[in-house]
Ligand binder design. Sequence first.
Ligand code: NDP
Length: 335
Amino acid sequence: LKNYVTGKATESDMEVVATEAVELKVPEGSKDTIVLKNLYLSCDPYMRSRMTKHEIPSYVPDFVPGEVITGQGVSKVVDSTHADYKVGELVCGMTGWEEYSLISNPQNFFKINHPEIPLSHYTGIVGMPGFTAHIGFNEIAAPKKGEYVFVSAAAGAVGQLVGQFAKLMGCYVVGSAGSDEKVELLKNKFGFDNAFNYKKESDLNLALQRFFPEGIDIYFENVGGATLDAVLQNMRSHGRIVACGMISQYNLVEPDGIHNLFQIVAKRIRMEGFFVSDHLSSYRKFEEMTVQYIKEDKITYVEDIVEGLKNAPSALIGLFEGRNVGKQVVVVSRE
Ligand code: NDP
């Protein structure tokens, strides 16, 4: 990161630098330390928050200008003085946006139990975003067969899986996305019952009335702002809103106003936010379930893969412009 960001983040807020060659070994005398070769890096919307300096500490630490950005990634252990990590093992966890990372006291790294599926899937469908879709939809929304479900940012890393979980549950599901290409994917690849391009709708309230004449039971919230406002008008009584994220707000200095908040009272809506990181104890169960679904062709996944660290800043910024089609991944090395 070059500097702290206020307002819209741009590629030029980051820079890719080369360092002197270093020995890829844990330094002499460093206990419980590993050296990772980074393979696949995950671009995630929450990383935008970390680019801003917070006076009151945020839920994730701010990045520090001049230091390496960190994020979820898939890596291979190339040296280790930690009893739990062996050279050659594949792991998934919080690593640096760099070719190799030196990590002392590694925490919350999961070993990759299924290297037979594409390793990049551990940044998406069987990684943090997929797990987010599972916790938010299957556990927090607790859907029932036949319910009406709406998903925003539906073609993204989390949304595409929420829609497929909704279909597996026997729900009616509609997704919104920002391009016709994404709408096609939602309808023809992920099996959504319907989908629309929110950028082509002059009135989101009318669009939702068209797709949900009887109202929405579950809204899986990824974007906030005008979409949330329109959804509030179209919820059914006792509906649930799972507040997963609000990406339309992340580059704003002042949040957008919501006008229809009283609908929460009028319709006795339950709106619940969550952090996927509070649910790590059930990750392994999710991993097994999802790998099984992949092997049985019950779910599918689209990734948007860019090659090389030099393209990572543009890939990260692309999330906020809707340039990614599916899960945004950066390949540092394929092995
Ligand atoms: P995506 O892969 O969906 O990428 C982001 C997408 O958001 C873009 O492709 C774009 O799609 C859409 N978008 C960007 N800006 C706007 C805007 N101003 N208005 C409407 N849509 C916009 O990201 P993820 O699937 O990784 O994340 C989805 C949401 O889930 C985010 O809000 C994220 O913060 C949240 N999240 C929450 C977690 C938790 O623990 N609570 C964990 C992981 C993610 P389009 O073309 O459709 O506009």
